[in-house]
Design a protein around this ligand. Structure first.
Ligand code: KG4
Ligand code: ZN
Length: 476
């Protein structure tokens, strides 16, 4: 690829110099920005790529350049064969500290997760400051272990991929700092990954036959999304949640029912529901009268809470393991009834999203991913729905549905192949420098046809969506 874009004279001439030195490469940037290049060009340990280290600073007068980070440029690395690409993925957006090494051809070389589930048991939720401390304690060990298991040294990596959003800022910061320090020392490129794209794209690692375009339902603790995936980095958002995500509803209900949260609220509720009658209590299915693809779980969660307090059970005092048979049965019936309606709501919205997506693109597959997609009832019901519409279904194995480093490393591979990588941080970058973290970051562009109720959606995003950013890059 030989494209040279740069609106400012200085950048133009520096680029020309780089191309002379390096051969095929390109860089895109805003006008009125200043480029500082640390020369000479560095060549990596692997002869499959060659990059120079450089930094882009924004002139104070430049209104377009938003960051002190080199956000608006790309180097295209020269990669001959996927087997020669080794990406380390780091994930710290919520309560799991995870790292993995994945090869460009999809071979998983290592995966390590350190969970903070005891925080759920102790505090009933994720507390950012406590989670940050947990990540800080675990991160070095988790990353070293991932490299050790993969049998690779930092210098043998092609790049480091790290979640930069969405998630808790304090937690994201731990992973991003680690990634930046590794890439700074070992002069490696890095890739900022969107956590939800990680959940979606990991399906392409586990199912190599999965081709774009496809419909994807993402169900996790913080997000509920229906997306038409058009290509890597390009999504149309058909629906999102207007309030709580389904995972949050599972977690809160599990807590109200006095379940053991040490392995997560969702799995505990799923297990108890096996003992219950799912029609014992009749909760209404949310949003049946609203003809769109958005979700709402707050009402269901509140109705379940009210039902629990109206029953002759004391889950806040009596733990499920100490409850008598009658009490346990009531709790199991509540769990099963909640789950039936929560999953029905997913089916309703997916049913419509399949119709919408089919009218927009020749989709052949439905992907279901995110923590809640490890639930057997969710997988089975959505499998039936996909079959009804003549679609294949892809659900990654449960360990890759919940947060993990593999999905971040693999998303790194996908972007690396497209050349969407950032150069290593400057050698003199201080540890406490500004970091490009995106706690609220939309993945796709909202589907105009689905905007009827979307007016009530919170629009507090500080960053353009990943899709909008990628489209700007490819049009420059
Ligand atoms: O994707 P994930 O690991 O983290 C986020 O990005 O939020 O999802 C975590 C959520 C939690 O709410 C957890 O309770 C839920 O996924 N979850 C489940 C199951 N396994 C995990 N919910 C229902 N059934 C499960 N088996
Ligand atoms: Zn997640």
């Amino acid at each position: 690829m030989r494209s040279l874009t740069g609106h400012c004279k200085v950048v133009g001439s520096v680029l020309a110099m780089m191309m002379k030195e390096m051969g095929p490469c390109y860089l895109q940037n805003h006008c009125a920005c200043r480029l500082a290049l640390s020369y000479p060009a560095f060549a990596s340990t692997s002869n499959t790529r060659k990059l120079v280290s450089c930094s882009l600073y924004t002139e104070p007068s430049c209104k377009e350049g938003l960051a002190k980070e080199p956000r608006n440029m790309q180097y295209v690395s020269k990669v001959d064969r996927p087997e020669n690409v080794y990406i380390l993925g780091i994930e710290t957006s919520c309560d799991d500290t995870a790292a993995a090494v994945v090869r460009g051809d999809g071979k998983i070389l290592s995966e390590v997760v350190s969970s903070q589930a005891e925080m759920l048991t102790q505090y009933g939720g994720v507390f950012p400051k406590i989670a940050e401390e947990g990540h800080a304690k675990a991160i070095d060990k988790v990353v070293s272990e991932a490299l050790f298991q993969a049998g690779i040294k930092e210098s043998g990596l092609s790049a480091v991929a790290v979640t930069i959003g969405p998630g808790l800022s304090l937690c994201l910061r731990v992973g991003v700092r680690k990634a930046r320090s590794l890439t700074k020392i070992h002069r490696l490129p890095w890739i900022g990954v969107h956590h939800m794209e990680g959940h979606a794209l990991v399906a392409r690692l586990t199912d190599p036959q999965l081709e774009f375009p496809f419909l994807v339902l993402l169900v996790s603790g913080g997000h509920n999304l229906l997306l038409l995936a058009q290509k890597v980095g390009d999504y149309i958002q058909l629906g999102t949640t207007l309030d709580d995500a389904i995972g949050e509803a599972y977690d809160k209900t599990a807590r109200e029912l006095g379940l053991d949260l040490s392995k997560g609220g969702g799995p505990a509720l799923e297990r108890l529901a096996l003992e219950g009658d799912d029609k014992a209590f009749n909760f209404s299915v949310p949003m049946r009268s609203v003809q769109d693809c958005n979700f709402s779980f707050a009402g269901l969660k509140t109705r379940v809470k009210m039902l629990i307090s109206s029953q002759d059970i004391k889950p806040s005092i009596v733990h499920i393991d100490e409850a008598n048979a009658e009490d346990r049965q009531i709790r199991a019936d509540i769990a099963a009834s909640f789950q039936r309606v929560a999953v029905l709501h997913l089916e309703d919205r997916c049913d419509r999203a399949i119709e919408w997506a089919k009218s927009m693109a020749p989709i052949r597959s439905l992907v279901v991913s995110g923590g809640v997609a490890s639930n057997k009832v969710v997988r089975e019901r959505l499998r039936n729905l996909a079959e009804k519409h003549g679609l294949r279904i892809t659900c990654p194995p449960p360990r890759l549905c919940t947060d993990n480093g593999v999905m971040i490393a693999w998303t790194g591979v996908e972007h690396f192949k497209l050349g969407r990588i950032q150069p290593p941080p400057p050698l003199d970058e201080p540890d406490d420098c500004y970091l490009d973290l995106r706690p609220r970051w939309q993945l796709g562009e909202i589907y105009a046809g689905g905007l009827r109720t979307a007016r009530s959606l919170k629009s507090t995003n500080a960053h353009p969506s990943l899709t909008a950013e990628m489209r700007i890059h490819s049009s420059m």
